[in-house]
Design a protein around this ligand. Structure first.
Ligand SMILES: *[C@@H]1O[C@H](CO)[C@@H](O)[C@H](O)[C@H]1NC(C)=O
Ligand SMILES: *[C@@H]1O[C@H](CO)[C@@H](O)[C@H](O)[C@H]1NC(C)=O
Ligand SMILES: *[C@@H]1O[C@H](CO)[C@@H](O)[C@H](O)[C@H]1NC(C)=O
Ligand SMILES: *[C@@H]1O[C@H](CO)[C@@H](O)[C@H](O)[C@H]1NC(C)=O
Ligand SMILES: *[C@@H]1O[C@H](CO)[C@@H](O)[C@H](O)[C@H]1NC(C)=O
Length: 378
């Protein structure tokens, strides 16, 4: 063996050692500081602009499931997503989120009810994640509509975990992460149909659940203002504290629960400039804004611009742990640095795995993402 060859082998061996030590220094994430990146926000938040140092996990939102074949489909920008965001944080992990609020719930139900379709779905999802170097998969099926569909969801998670473990053993790579975005409460009634998530399967098969602790109020009720992500509500169970407790009481260990926080607010037109609190009479949803482009919604970046430009009054409501601002007839409910810091403290006190934001592209100069990360570390 030639000397140079020998040196090369030594070098490679050292590199293998240090490269794996380097990977190990990222470690298994001890907590989750996640955010979803909606691919339709690429025009103002391309992956290269994401300040990935603020997050442990970034979720690509969303991949679609084909309604005929039940395969998860390739999307634009998936190929370079992981390597691009890792330039600012080599340890950040990426997941593909499948589905989303606008996706077809019936198609997911049809997939989940049939073992062959479940297998096709699972196989295509794993292949897609591996093809593009993602670290995991996330299911955002909004929402299984009855008890049968919830049972099928439990079967899907169990078969998915099994397939992930098999793939890991045969490829020799760490298993893909598996998470799901879920309703703020473990049990709920919508359109008169009661349903509960399959807690035993979730606890056994998922790495964690992303609990969507927001959208408690919105443009579907224009009669009054509301704190759409209130931590506490003394008059109802529609609150983050109630939702998180319901998940833990259902048997999901707190260290598998990740609390969602919004990077957007909900706006209303007030009925009277004299009544400006939470629950004040309103007459309409607030006007459409440039980026959020939907009446009744304002991104946090739009809210901070609005406060700067109009000198709106901002109030941190310690009772609900939420923030609102108003000027003239416009009222917006949201989270600011104070409410985010208090919520993160709550999540830590409850022993939760971490938090996530919807959505990465709505923050104002990374302000709330930074506050959350620092608050978690304190
Ligand atoms: C949703 O999917 C189902 C089943 O594939 C299909 O029959 C239905 O037309 C779809 N609905 C919409 C709104 O696309
Ligand atoms: C659940 O919903 C599906 C789709 O709407 C329906 O086909 C099924 O019969 C329902 N099952 C029960 C137990 O209500
Ligand atoms: C809130 O939930 C608890 C327990 O889940 C229930 O006993 C109570 O009736 C609910 N309260 C309201 C106002 O719905
Ligand atoms: C607001 O309150 C003031 C003083 O209490 C009253 O004069 C005024 O009419 C009220 N305005 C509206 C729009 O209700
Ligand atoms: C929104 O867009 C319009 C048209 O491009 C522009 O004139 C306006 O200044 C923008 N508003 C804000 C708040 O950025």
């Amino acid at each position: 063996m030639k000397n140079s060859q020998y040196m090369r082998i030594v070098f490679l061996a050292l590199c293998l050692f240090y490269c794996s030590a380097e990977a190990a220094s990222c470690g298994a994430s001890s907590n989750v500081k996640a955010a979803y990146w909606p691919s339709y926000t690429v025009s103002f938040m391309p992956p290269a602009s994401i300040n990935a140092a603020l997050y442990s996990h970034i979720l690509y939102a969303f991949a679609d499931m084909n309604e005929q074949t039940f395969q998860v489909e390739e999307q634009d920008l998936m190929g370079e997503f992981t390597t691009t965001v890792q330039q600012k944080n080599p340890c950040v992990k990426t997941l593909i989120s499948i589905g989303g609020g606008g996706s077809n719930s019936t198609a997911f139900a049809l997939m989940a009810t049939n073992p062959i379709r479940r297998a096709v779905f699972i196989k295509s999802a794993i292949a897609l994640a591996r093809r593009h170097a993602f670290h995991g998969l996330d299911l955002d099926w909004e929402f299984p509509s009855n008890t049968t569909e919830m049972e099928n969801l439990g079967k899907l998670f169990s078969e998915w975990r099994h397939a992930i473990n098999l793939e890991s053993r045969s490829s020799g790579r760490p298993p893909l992460l598996l998470s799901a975005a879920v309703y703020y409460a473990h049990s709920f009634v919508v359109y008169g149909e009661h349903r509960s998530y399959p807690s035993a399967s979730i606890a056994q098969n998922l790495d964690w659940v992303n609990v969507m602790c927001f959208d408690y109020h919105g443009s579907w009720d224009t009669s009054a203002t509301g704190a759409h992500a209130a931590l506490y509500d003394s008059s109802s169970n529609i609150s983050t504290s109630y939702g998180i407790s319901s998940w833990v009481e259902s048997g999901i260990p707190p260290e598998k629960v990740v609390m969602g926080m919004p990077l957007y607010g909900k706006s209303w037109v007030l009925k009277s400039q004299n009544q400006t609190g939470i629950g004040a009479p309103a007459v309409a949803a607030g006007p459409k804004q440039n980026l959020s482009d939907e009446s009744g919604i304002m991104f946090y970046s739009e809210i901070t611009d609005f406060i700067r430009d109009t000198h709106a009054t901002e109030v941190f409501d310690t009772e609900s742990v939420s923030t609102y601002c108003y000027v003239g007839e416009l009222w917006v409910g949201y989270d600011n640095q104070d409410s985010v810091a208090a919520k993160v403290k709550f999540a830590k006190q409850k022993g939760l795995l971490g938090y996530f934001f919807w959505a990465i592209s709505q923050d104002s100069n990374w302000m709330l993402s930074t506050t959350a990360s620092l608050s978690w570390n304190n």
